[in-house]
Ligand binder design. Structure first.
Ligand code: SF4
Length: 348
């Protein structure tokens, strides 16, 4: 009998609860699949059994309607492909235990990549995924192998259903040659604070200016909750870091990114003197993401002005080299001014 960990969660944190759940039939072969079936049945959330999520047809007469409905849906499934894809520059490989998330960030690259399959999915065969990770780590010894848990989802947003991330952190504690990296915009980090992690998991909060969070990151935690979360993770002795993304250029960007860095330093207090890597990712879009975002968020003010960007091929638009340099120089100067051991891990 496998013990499924569930957690009591803080009241102030807005937790995702789906309005409908689809369970792949194979998921019931796993204890976590059966646990989730019971959990949603007890909450009287409509459950539909399906052979595969690929057959789902989320109803809605417009793209916007289908998108918002999909984001209120949860799929419980089995991860079939246990191969690990590269995840540069953040880690060696992706570790996928969930897909998509309940957040509605307008610029989210998953929103474009997943198309109509944007509904959050959790996978119940976590033990198989971790077994495959162990094999991958062992095959590369003496090299250290890093895995990114947030390449296809925000795992913290779905943790209250599965407990999978806590299990994964404990798994990595016992891997002398394996490291886990987690990025999040959600605040429910209590389940991780008392875990023995061995310093093998690095949490990075994904941040942006208050204006950008308010305007484009619906359904995620406010800036202040993220900052308090990073402080608590640092106090629990996790290595921490920050992702500032997507970097956007708008009239007050220098002032507001400066204020953001000030606030990070204030909230971290003495923890701000530790080694803190910052990952910096500029806003970019593709012709497809522009079309999908404008259909899903007809009032969106996101800057999709292709004429003001550089076309990198394959329909992808990025800031011009001159603007990219301005952004890079700003953060290269402002981060070390506030964080004695702060580094720019990468700028892209
Ligand atoms: Fe996408 Fe992350 Fe926002 Fe979720 S929180 S919608 S994964 S950018």
């Amino acid at each position: 009998m496998v013990a499924i960990k569930t957690f009591s969660l803080p009241r102030q944190t807005k937790l995702f609860m789906p309005t409908q759940v689809y369970i792949e039939e194979k998921a019931l072969d796993y204890p976590l699949g059966r646990h989730l079936q019971n959990l949603f049945a007890l909450r009287q959330i409509p459950i539909t059994m399906v052979p595969s999520h690929n057959q789902l047809n989320i109803p809605g007469s417009t793209s916007a309607e289908r998108f918002h409905r999909a984001k209120e849906t949860l799929v419980v499934g089995v991860k079939r492909d246990l191969n690990f894809r590269p995840c540069r520059p953040s880690a060696d490989f992706r570790l996928v235990e969930n897909t998509s998330c309940p957040g509605k960030c307008q610029y989210c690259y998953l929103a474009a990549n997943l198309g109509e399959r944007i509904y959050p999915r959790v996978y119940v065969n976590v033990d198989e995924i971790l077994l495959a990770a162990r094999r991958k780590i062992q095959s590369r010894i003496p090299e250290l192998t890093t895995f990114e848990a947030s390449s296809s989802s925000d795992p913290v947003a779905l943790e209250h259903f599965t407990g999978s991330l806590a299990k994964t952190i404990e798994f990595f504690r016992d891997q002398p040659y394996g490291r886990l990296r987690v990025a999040t915009k959600f605040a429910a980090i209590e389940p991780f604070l008392a875990l023995e992690h061995g310093g093998h998991t690095r949490f990075r909060y994904s941040l942006n200016t208050e204006r950008i969070i308010r305007e484009y990151e619906e359904g995620t935690a406010p800036l202040e909750a993220r900052l308090q979360g990073s402080r608590r993770l640092a106090e629990a002795d996790y290595p921490i870091g920050f992702i500032i993304a997507p970097l956007m250029i708008y009239p007050q960007w220098q002032e507001e990114y400066g204020q953001l860095l000030d606030r990070v330093r204030e909230v971290l207090g003495p923890w701000g003197k530790r080694e803190i890597p910052f990952e910096l990712i500029m806003h970019r879009f593709t012709a497809r993401s522009k079309r999908l975002t404008q259909a899903r968020f007809p009032q969106s003010t996101l800057d999709f002005d292709a004429a003001a960007r550089t076309h990198k091929g394959f329909g992808k638009y990025v800031y011009t080299p001159k603007k990219a340099q301005e952004l890079a120089e700003f953060f290269q100067k402002e981060i070390p001014r506030r964080f004695p051991q702060g580094t720019v891990a990468y700028f892209t």
